[in-house]
Design a protein around this ligand. Sequence first.
Ligand code: OOB
Length: 527
Amino acid sequence: MEGFTGWPPEFADRYRAKGYWQGRTLGSILTDGAAKWPDRVALVDGDRKWTYRQLADWAGQVAAGLHVRGIGRGDRVLVHLPNLAEFVALVFGLFRVGAVPVLALPPHRENEIIHLAALAEAVAYVAPDVHGGFDHRPLARKLTGVEHVVIVGEPQEFTGFQDLAAETTVDIPEAEPGDVAVLLLSGGTTGLPKLIPRTHDDYHYNLRASAEAAGFDGETRYLAALPAAHNFAFACPGVLGTLWAGGTVTLTTSADPETTFGLIERERITATALVPPLVLVWLDAAQETGTDLSSLRLVQAGGARLKDEAARRVRPGLGCALQQVYGMAEGLLNYTGLDDPDELVTGTQGRPLSPDDEVRVVDRAGKPVADGEVGELLVRGPYTIRGYYRAAEHNKKAFTEDGFYRSGDLVRRLPGGELVVEGRDKDVINRGGDKVPVEEVENLLLTHPGVHDVAIVGFPDEVMGERTCAFVIPKGTPPTRRDLVAHLTGLGVAAFKIPDKLRVVESFPRTGLGKVDRGALGQEVRS
Ligand code: OOB
């Protein structure tokens, strides 16, 4: 695929020789599952249930429907679905024909979706009719370059998801294991989301090794409470890892205890993944609930730093083990071990998943620092990308010459190889796992007539880890926060990117070089 940077042949050969890359496509997860456990329940969505055989058949019909519409190998399809069974059927249909899902997140709006459709040159857009109070059909009408719009629910002039499925007896060409299987969104770079090309080979290893690290097997009943379109709940081990292991996936579009606790009891859920703010909400709710959470064996926490104190409360509060997951859509995953001593599980973000993950912790000059010292994490390995999709210029900065991804994360490595995340070196604010790209939101705020200049900084928050404050130098009448919320909403910006606070100022503090002193602004909002 044009715009995709693969691994140099000597690395690819090694990853194959060591058995990380097994030459399997992601579609094989379901076809194998249907052969091995045809009558086992694979997927639960509300009152709807599918066995492995039924789910594989459904995905096959979706694949046929895509094929007859001319969607095939290498074509990009923008998938903008919440955690519905249709999401699972669609991605497996796409894997089957070798088309590439571009996984937008449910809170994304016009601003992000139009950008992603153009960047990926998507041939199709798949969305629900209305979700979370937002009607996706008017948005679909604005996607002029997209040939097919498929809607789950009431399609209006578009194609209904149920009408996408077809029967065909013709042979559908299949994907190759080295092909790009999926384009994930980056949470970790400046500006609008970048696209992260993951191949069948590398992502299959990612989810397989993750399933092993999380102890998933045929008894696993996984609750996808985070968006399945995000790497964590998709493949770490998430939906794909559960299906690979022969377990059962239950989907929910709400991660609130009011919804999830009832599902845990009803579906006898054994494992789930949460971001740190949800861990806190679940811990509070668990104290008061009358629901039976005793089936729960494992809660994974990741996406942002979980405070040690919250980590210590998980076992007594939820009655299950904790696994910290420090990962990134670009690849590298770190897991705390299921048998690790408590101080490692509560005080670190885990160890790299693969023996061939090459992790370097370096200072500003790029020199390795001693264990125990804080530095930036660089990584190269069998499931870490060598370049963003169609981003030649950006890739020169984001990767070293010898192919290491510069994560922008500041970490400390302990003698046992465990990593502790200490912060970030990039212009991204981690708002409870949602990554707020500072530069992008600043640019959008600058389009408001009352904004002369703007700087967004993060400030610590007990629940979210960090929240955002916009410092604005006004032009004429100073805007209120409400004005700015309305402006950003009008531009179709995902709600999590809207600043939590506004401070109107006359000027910004500057550094010696004359750059905006974000450190000083941070101090100011903290005080
Ligand atoms: C996950 O992936 P992304 O791509 O949304 O965000 C990656 C960034 C990391 O570079 C790091 O800054 C932060 O999110 N992060 C954590 C963390 N997990 C992710 N920071 C501290 N502690 C953690 N446990 O967020 C992601 C991908 C796969 C699995 C889990 C999370």
